[in-house]
Design a protein around this ligand. Structure first.
Ligand code: KG4
Ligand code: ZN
Length: 352
């Protein structure tokens, strides 16, 4: 079966085609440059850009892959959680395509799709502990199967990516800040005592990054020389101390994540692997910490390749195909789920 995936939950407009678990092609219109002007995603602009760019991606994808639209068997859409306006645009595009193509339709949990996209590159071991780290979410799961996710822990306030993005913005690094923190901090020794690793002293699996954000803000206000000139050009100027600052905040986030992942693995010895996914999983220091943890714990460390870590439609098409094959579909009255709300398991069986 060929499944078309549509992703618009934040600032990437993307369409992809997957056939029998193999990616045939994808088209992505990134809004990174637009939002960089504002230092973060502006929701109203994101919706408008999805509307402007989304429809044209379909003919381009068909042309690129040579797929006959008649052969598309299902349309899957990122249903949430995400920015509501952005989701609504993608949802309507996907519904229109499903109507026009006469296919089945399914809404996909964006977070589950992040964790399973690695299935496009290798077999996924089940059960696994899944660590989902993105700009809007930080969650730990026990993943029993593609359709059975048990939530073990989640952030009580900000996401890991948000903490990195905020730390970057405070020193005028461009958006998306996590990428620049990663890049600038490479090869630097972090100061492991400077910033807190929040909520790590107890035994729980929930996260909190708001205290870290405040600690970093206080530190930068006392060290204004760390700031770049407000509008950096193509080349980032060298600022003494900035690379170490980046390595230090990156380590505080990476080690907090490591502590929680270690706890989750210890609590679930049945897990065969630790899957780390979401935009922040592209981070080189976090990858190193998790590889070290997995080696010590005797489980496999599984990461999607960096290009599949950030938002993409391949992950939506991949999980959508599996859902439809297993008989999980939605009606065209499906609603989008905004950030902060649980995505319900409300599929209908076509025969029912
Ligand atoms: O999954 P994603 O593309 O979008 C959401 O669903 O949120 O994640 C975006 C996040 C941003 O916070 C961005 O700064 C972060 O991923 N990110 C990184 C790296 N590349 C992207 N964070 C750390 N290191 C990176 N290399
Ligand atoms: Zn995402």
């Amino acid at each position: 079966m060929i499944c078309l995936g549509v992703e618009t939950s934040c600032d990437e407009t993307a369409l992809a085609l997957v056939r029998d678990g193999v990616l045939l092609g994808e088209r992505l219109a990134s809004q990174e440059d637009l939002h960089a002007l504002f230092g973060g995603v502006v929701p109203e602009l994101a919706s408008r850009e999805h509307l402007r760019k989304g429809s044209a991606l379909f003919p381009a994808l068909i042309k690129e892959t040579g797929v006959d639209p008649e052969d598309i068997g299902a349309v899957a859409v990122a249903r949430g959680p995400g920015l509501l306006g952005s989701l609504l645009v993608g949802m309507n595009l996907a519904k229109g395509l499903a109507l026009g193509l006469g296919t089945g339709f399914v809404g996909v949990n964006h977070l589950h799709a992040h964790l399973l996209v690695v299935g496009l590159e290798r077999e996924i071991p089940f059960p696994s502990v899944g660590l989902l780290i993105s700009g809007g979410h930080t969650q730990l799961y026990l993943v029993h199967s593609p359709f059975d996710f048990e939530l073990l822990g989640r952030t009580l306030d900000d996401a890991a990516g948000e903490a990195l993005d905020k730390a970057a913005k405070l020193v005028n690094l461009p958006y998306p800040g996590g990428k620049f923190i990663d890049f600038l901090g490479q090869g630097e020794e972090p100061d492991k005592t400077l910033f807190p690793r929040p909520l790590t002293s107890g035994s729980g699996l929930d996260f909190s990054f708001s205290g870290l954000k405040s600690a970093v803000a206080r530190y930068v206000s006392g060290h204004p020389s760390l700031k770049l000139p407000t509008l950096p050009g193509e080349v980032l100027p060298e600022v003494p101390g900035l690379p170490r600052y980046c390595a230090t905040i990156n380590w505080a986030v990476a080690d907090t994540l490591r502590i929680k992942a270690e706890r989750a693995l210890a609590a679930h010895p049945e897990a065969k692997a630790l899957i780390v996914a979401g935009g922040v999983a592209a981070n080189s220091m976090i990858r190193r910490e998790m590889i070290g943890l997995c080696a010590a714990s005797g489980v496999e460390a599984v990461f999607p390749s960096p290009r599949l870590c950030t938002d993409n439609a391949a992950m939506i098409a991949f999980l959508g195909e599996q859902l439809v094959r297993a008989g999980f579909v939605h009606g065209l009255d499906l609603l989008a789920i905004p950030r902060g709300r649980m995505v319900p398991l409300d599929y209908t069986r076509p025969s029912s």
